[in-house]
Structures are given as C-alpha cells and as structure tokens.
Design a protein. Sequence first.
Length: 147
Amino acid sequence: MGLTRQVEIKSDGDAFHEIFRYKPHHISTMSPGNIHGADLHEGEWGTVGSVIYWTYTHDGKKKTAKEIIEAIDEEKKSVTFKVVEGDLMQLYKTFIITVHVDTKGENNLVTWNFEYEKLNEAVEEPTTLMDFAIAVTKDIETHHLQQ
Ligand SMILES: CC[C@@H](C)C[C@@H](CC)C(C)C
C-alpha cells in the first residue's frame, strides 16, 4: 500500500533536503507543534544505517518513532526512512517514508511517499500522518524564508 503527496515550496530545495538528511534534529525548532525531537541513536547524521529516534505530536497525541535511514540519493535529493519501532508499529507491519525534493524548475517540489503494510484490514490509511508531513514541510519552508 502506498500514499504520495506533493507540495511546492518557495524556499531552497537543497536546504530542505539537507535538513532531512543531515539536520533532522533542527526540525523541532522549526515545527515545534509537530516535532519535539530527533535524536541520533546510532551511526552518523546523514548516513545510511543511522538510527534516529523521533518524538512528535500527531492527532493530538505524543508519539515516538525509531527510524533507520535506509537509503540516501544525493542526485535525486531523497532520503528514505524505515520505521522500526514506536506508535506506527502498532498499526503497520512495515512503514517506509521517503522525502524527495525536485529542484529542477524555479520552484522546488517536495514529494512525500509512504509505503506500508497494515497489521489488519481495520487499520486506516495514514492520511493524517501525511497531513502532518505536509505541515512540517510548510513550517520548514516558513523558517527558511524568514532567514
Ligand atoms: C513517523 C515519524 C515522523 C516524525 C517522521 C517524519 C519524517 C521522517 C515526519 C516529518 C513524517
């Protein structure tokens, strides 16, 4: 199962990619209502295999997610996170999040992609988490435009 949403940002696409690759721990200052922290548990920032522990508020509830960076494509400016622990694992067998920035045109197009398997048919599509990702995207854009 998959879910994809795209949103244009007016701020610099390379800077946006850098945030999710090298500085996810900066997002809590840019989107404090959504992201409370991103701690490096293993490896180095921005490397495949590194493990990041997120604390965030989604649907009004405090949640956590432990994610491994599974892939980084510098050329395509994409980062792929595999969720391995936390609230999402109570609903989904697997959950993979890819964030990609297309900086070709004069605008920058951010694409969020969720690939997931539900634990059972009653589990809903993660549309509110996608809304959350878009909200975080816009907060990062606002922060970068203010600089
Ligand atoms: C499911 C945990 C969240 C905090 C993941 C974030 C990107 C990896 C969020 C912005 C979708």
